[in-house]
Design a binder for this molecule. Sequence first.
Ligand code: GTP
Ligand code: MG
Length: 197
Amino acid sequence: MNIKQADFIISAVNKEQYPKDNKIEIAFVGRSNVGKSSLINTLTNRRKLVKVSGTPGKTRQINFFLINNEFYFVDLPGYGYAKVSKQEKEKWGKIINTYLSNRKQLKKILLLLDCRRKPSEDDLAMYNWIKYYNYDYIIVMTKIDKLKRSEIAKHEKLIRDTLNLSTSEKLIQFSSTKKIGVESLLDSIEESLDKLN
Ligand code: GTP
Ligand code: MG
């Protein structure tokens, strides 16, 4: 798939602000700082489409990007960032859950996991939730450039074991910095879109 056009449409907090044109949506979820916004910039080949920063908790609203005038990429706030107040966490949780729990247009979820870390309780909860609601999903190991080649298999196994993934389940290795996995991810998104059309 070729992304020819990517336009920022809206930062939403309430569902009244979500786009109303019924186009398919593909959402990116994962803990804060895992690389969601960077991944969207990389896939769309736009360095500054989405704000990225060294400070976790950068994305605090739901950002909708219209791709090829055909479907949306949806960048969600990251979960599990320790350094915010309980109140703030609850607010984010609510923003995320409101979107994920009743969005008919949502057809695919990309669950991003940092390749260096054991999936957290929150990651596990998110994964189980995706399965429970029967969403089509892809699991992406981000920041793969941070691992030596010889370390990758061990880390992939830790992720597979923690989530109890079957061997047939695909896990895409990705790096925004080194542009690894871009083609596989775009192919996989295209496959899902083809199935829906
Ligand atoms: P929140 O908006 O807080 O939920 O974070 P996010 O998941 O959107 O992460 P973001 O894309 O903002 O990236 C967080 C940090 O990780 C930034 O400092 C990025 O430069 C860095 N980063 C993102 N992707 C990669 C990658 O593939 N490799 C490396 N080495 N660093 C990355
Ligand atoms: Mg972000």
